[in-house]
Design a binder for this molecule. Structure first.
Ligand code: PSU
Ligand code: MN
Length: 313
């Protein structure tokens, strides 16, 4: 079956998969998933199995998964198995933030979408909930490099809930939380006021608010939508017995950041380089934990989307 084109507030007609189009038309719960995490955050070929597991986790939570990527200039919302194969297998696939979308669309190029561009395309399609691993944010050397992820500015103006395990712990977490406050991004912990640290349960920073149920998370999003554009970040920590050993965590991260510096890696290559270095240096431990936290976020996002759909009925 071919995808059905649909115009929305996006750089090109969105191609919704038949299942996603039907779910959105009938008010059934849908969860957006990003593709940069697959193409640039997880190593090939493990990323292909992870893609299926993440979609299955969304279904287990009670929603339809909509993995998003740009293929031959068309933003796709909901991918076929062959399209997921393409995203996971191509070592040269571009990494597309919001600013790259018009170029890819106009020139007919393909790429994986980051949190920033996935959020924009999901919201344009009418999807209210998005699951990822860890958000981008302020890098530790940002005072010199000005490296701050476009995820933050995109989330300041895009109305949807993003379920994540906090921000990636390779970042400056307190600085990222400060920027999220400046940008008026709503942040709630899920069952905790401890801000999670991606691979580890506790980043060492706190958040002001927590929600305890999918219904509460959905209610916060519904209220935010009425008030002003912008995202609700639902920070969902790994349980302590499922986290990466904090000592191993601190050691491998210091090594990975030093390696990126020594290799002169800059711009959008930094995050993929550091994640790949961590996966190799930890003997696959960071990879295992990364997939685990994404699956937990996907299932919770499914539950929040179901609560949102239930409240709208
Ligand atoms: N979460 C993960 N792995 C990832 C990402 C998120 O578990 O690879 C990706 C997201 O696509 C996010 C991007 O938008 O990392 C951040 O990249 P940058 O720091 O260049 O903005
Ligand atoms: Mn950056």
């Amino acid at each position: 079956m071919s995808a059905e084109p649909r115009h929305a507030a996006a750089p090109a007609p969105l191609a919704l998969s038949p299942e996603v189009a039907e779910a959105l038309d009938s008010g059934a719960p849908v969860v957006a998933l990003e593709s940069t995490l697959l193409a640039h955050g997880l190593p090939r070929p493990d990323n292909r199995a992870a893609a299926d597991e993440v979609e299955a986790a969304v279904r287990a939570g009670g929603a339809v998964p909509a993995t998003i990527a740009v293929l031959d200039g068309v933003p796709h919302v909901g991918l076929t198995a062959e399209q997921v194969d393409r995203v996971c297998a191509d070592p040269d696939l571009a990494k597309l933030g919001v600013r790259d979308l018009p170029v890819a669309a106009a020139l007919g190029l393909s790429g994986a979408t980051t949190v920033s561009s996935t959020a924009l395309l999901a919201a344009a399609a009418g999807i209210g909930v998005f699951a990822t691993g860890g958000l981008g944010g302020v890098h530790r050397q940002s005072a010199e490099t000005f490296d701050e992820s476009a995820d933050l500015t995109a989330l300041s103006r895009t109305s949807l809930a993003v379920v994540c395990a906090g921000v990636k712990s390779i970042l400056d977490v307190p600085a990222t939380l400060e920027r999220m406050e400046s940008l008026s991004i709503t942040v709630v912990g899920y069952g905790t006021t401890t801000f999670p640290g991606f691979y580890v349960a506790d980043s060492g920073s706190a958040v002001d608010w927590s929600v305890d149920t999918p219904e509460q998370a959905a209610a916060v999003l519904a209220t935010r939508r009425e008030l002003t554009p912008g995202a609700v970040v639902v920070a969902n920590p790994l349980p302590a017995d499922q986290q990466l050993d904090p000592e191993l965590h601190d050691r491998v991260i210091a090594g990975a950041l030093a390696a990126a510096e020594a290799a002169g890696v800059r711009g959008k290559a930094v995050t993929p380089f550091v994640l790949d270095h961590l996966h190799r240096e930890s003997g696959g431990a960071t990879l295992e934990v990364n997939v685990r936290l994404v699956l937990r976020n996907a299932e919770l996002a499914g539950r929040i989307a179901a609560a949102l759909a239930g409240a709208a009925r």
